[in-house]
Write a protein that binds this ligand. Sequence first.
Ligand SMILES: NCCCN[C@H]1CC[C@H](N)CC1
Length: 292
Amino acid sequence: KASKLQYYNNPMWPGETHSLKVEKILHQGKSPYQEVLIFESLTYGKVLVLDGIVQLTDKDECAYQEMITHLPLCSIPSPKKVLVIGGGDGGVLREIARHGSVESIDICEIDQLVIDVCKDFFPDLSVGFKDPRVRLHVGDAVEFLRNTPEGTYDAIIVDSSDPIGPAQELVEKPFFETIARALRPGGVLCNQAESMWLHTHLIQDMLSICCETFKGSVHYAWTSVPTYPSGAIGFLLCAKEGPPVNFLAPINPIEKLEGAMTAGRDIRFYNTEMHKAAFVLPTFAKRELETY
Ligand SMILES: NCCCN[C@H]1CC[C@H](N)CC1
């Protein structure tokens, strides 16, 4: 029925579906990459769906956007040059803008339609594009990184959708190698790393690739996002070895962020204790995911 969002047959979560009551369909469209749906839900506000997969909702987007941004940016001293891959809704840009030390923010998003519809329907997220430090590149991230000089960025955030469809190549070794090359020594990567409840094999594959590629340190962190499958999603924090500082494991936030405001929303989820707690894993996940 139109009121149920079904994705039983998605190989990312076989046999599982989540449904949100559709109060009102706000927009339906199709780009060369994916189908776009936006609707008003009963309790989560507006919802963005790409190819049948919930990307974000007004109510819980803060958990994902704030953690994927502040875990890396609060773990290195005064980040200046930041790159976002994906993130066309603008939420990560909004969060990066809270960091006064940042001088430039590059974003490489493959689908212009996502940017356009989020500007119309999610102004609290697309406000991120208004920051004067933002430079938008619409295109394929692999191509973008190929043309990026070595050691350009202090931090790279890969805000990708699931590795089926356009984002498939963003979990493969060559991609992580181009990321490592684009980071300066001591630079940090934070990428979306799926759910410890559902995807431990995928996460283990990414962990082994990242441990080879980033000689600094690799840690899995997680947060609660009620409208994502299993209600939890994770991040891989990867540090490239080298000066200027011995990489501080992302577990120890060194930059305080409380109270930082931008034109967008107040911080609603991240704080220093949540930062540290994000790296604490339940026993099954410690066994399967902890790297040393
Ligand atoms: N800026 C939000 C991007 C959405 N991130 C993904 C949405 C779909 C999920 N299954 C995985 C994270």
